[in-house]
Design a protein around this ligand. Structure first.
Ligand SMILES: Nc1ncnc2c1ncn2[C@@H]1O[C@H](COP(=O)(O)OP(=O)(O)O)[C@@H](O)[C@H]1O
Ligand SMILES: [Mg+2]
Length: 338
């Protein structure tokens, strides 16, 4: 059985509808009107132990709602969830012992006490054995560079410091499952990098199952093998990241460095459909092309007809175009990319 199993899982919220203005507000007070908002439509999900899953979709798609149900914070409207054999909502304490969760939008740490004291409270709450706690604290402090702020209260930390502390807090008890909801939101590149490396290491060394929601394509490429796309509460894609790239990323890019400017090539390409030239300077440019129309060797030979090619490199298909197409509603996921 999979470590995370959800069947027919769904969630609806009652949302208040107020008419505009003071009159509307007063009316709502006496005769409240509500509509049912379906945040997550019945969905099935199975995640195997050790998997790294990116759970992505536009704002309001239902990502956080799903994660909250899986972590036991929210009660599902319908369906079943089993996480390591436990129903997370019914057995919240047991479930807490086997998961770590980080929500980028808010901290799990105590606001007014030093980080290291928060950690030590977690040691007691989770009954982490002394040697395990000590080893983890040392390793996490080192890997996440927490020395400079571990004695400060959460209130005093920058966002990047707080996220590192939150991540460490979520993993002190060595949970087999880690949920991350927008963990790198608003962070600068160097902190993002540190966090990604840390997560990768935890996944590799401890086989921690990771489910990550993010808008950061770098997070996905760097961390996840599997991609699940949710839109309007329904899963519209579930498969490997490499497959989605090879199936749906139509455009390829080749970067060229050439011996001399190639004006004829420029005018030739301006008339070639589904091929686009972008000049860095006279002797360096990139050509993006539709890989269903042209092969890479056709593109390279076309350039070579016009002079000497000193160097070229091909850029891998990029997940960015795929996700963007999904968000824009331009991707028919049932077809073979054509
Ligand atoms: N507590 C709530 N009460 C009412 N509606 C909610 C609540 N939480 C989320 N929603 C609605 O459910 C939908 C999905 O929200 P959410 O899961 O937070 O999306 P995402 O994390 O993908 O951006 C949104 O339309 C949101 O407005
Ligand atoms: Mg969210």
């Amino acid at each position: 059985m999979s470590i995370i199993e959800a069947r027919g899982l769904s969630k609806s919220f009652m949302q208040a509808v107020k008419e505009p203005g003071l009159g509307g507000a007063v009316k709502h007070l006496f005769v409240p009107k509500h509509i049912e908002k379906v945040a997550v439509k019945p969905l099935n999900l199975s995640v195997e132990a050790g998997e790294t899953v990116a759970y992505v979709g536009p704002n309001g798609a239902g990502k956080s709602t799903t994660i909250k149900m899986l972590t036991g914070i929210l009660m599902p409207s319908a369906g079943s969830i089993s996480v390591n054999g436990i129903n997370p909502y019914k057995k919240r304490m047991e479930n807490a012992a086997q998961i770590g969760a980080v929500f980028g939008q808010r901290t799990q740490l105590w606001w007014d006490i030093p980080i290291v004291e928060s950690f030590s409270l977690l040691k007691d709450i989770y009954q982490i054995p002394g040697p395990v706690y000590k080893a983890n604290l040392e390793q996490f402090t080192e890997l996440l560079g927490m020395n400079e702020f571990i004695h400060l209260s959460a209130r005093k930390l920058s966002l990047g410091q707080r996220m590192r502390a939150d991540l460490a807090a979520a993993l002190l008890h060595n949970p087999p499952i880690l949920y991350l909801d927008e963990p790198t939101i608003g962070l600068d590149v160097s902190v993002k990098q540190k966090i990604r490396e840390f997560i990768k290491k935890i996944n590799q060394e401890q086989m921690t199952t990771i489910m990550l929601t993010t808008h950061d394509l770098g997070d996905i490429e760097d961390l996840c093998r599997r991609l699940i796309i949710i839109d309007h509460g329904s899963i519209i894609y579930d498969g490997s990241l490499s497959e989605v790239k090879s199936r749906f990323a139509r455009d390829r890019v080749i970067f060229f460095q050439v011996g001399a400017p190639m004006p004829e090539l420029i005018s030739e390409l301006s008339q070639t459909p589904r091929m686009k030239l972008e000049l860095q300077n006279d002797q360096e440019f990139s050509i993006s092309f539709d890989r269903y129309e042209y092969t890479a060797s056709e593109v390279v030979s076309q350039v070579m007809k016009h002079g000497e090619v000193i160097d070229f490199r091909m850029e891998d298909a990029n997940i960015e175009q795929v996700i963007k197409a999904v968000y824009d509603g331009n991707l028919n996921l049932n077809q073979d990319g054509k």
